[in-house]
Design a protein around this ligand. Sequence first.
Ligand SMILES: [Mg+2]
Length: 231
Amino acid sequence: MKVRIKVIGFDADDTLWDNQPHFDAVIAEFTALLRPYCSETAAHEFIHRLQVENLPLYGFGAKSLTLSMTQAACRLSHYQIGAADIERIIRLGRKLLAMPVKLLDSAEDVVRRLKEKYTLILITKGDLLDQKRKLRESGLEKYFHHIEILCDKQVEDYRELFDRLRLQPEEFVMVGNSLKSDIIPVLELNAHAVYIPYPATWQHENVDNYDPNHQNFVQVDKLADLLPILR
Ligand SMILES: [Mg+2]
């Protein structure tokens, strides 16, 4: 990693704390609820398609998933689903909004040590209120110089952020678990990226068109591996 790095951007969900397993568990409960109407595989495929279709209107996060699950339940049951089951679906979504925030391996130690040398920025996407709650409960807020909760993490979103915060791309490294959201757009802007894969990834975040040999790209196994690279 280049020695010129001054600012580190951290993704939050599934980089600093676990998130996707909670969503996967809720979706599994949802597809089980729809068993009287369709196979779990069909329900799974449908809810995924609907979530992606609804992204431009609803964005990411638990409330967006709740709306999509409700819509999917109506359609998949051919409008036979009862009000009690609709309420169960809403409760599934509410469960996500109350999920406990569990930090990944040595998250706090790593950010505390990196803060001694770098300016740290948290860059996450999703539901504003819920992301703020998770950050508060994580106890990590105090380590970040700036918190950015975006609607999406595409090239233009990062470009705007770099301009607004007057960040030089060559002095910035983004750390995250999503190639699509944390790595590829940042590399496109000539910044640096450290990819830390997480076992559960939402299929919408999967990509195969990236260059693992890119000169500004590094892949590591866990957060603690950042320390030897960036110290
Ligand atoms: Mg993430």
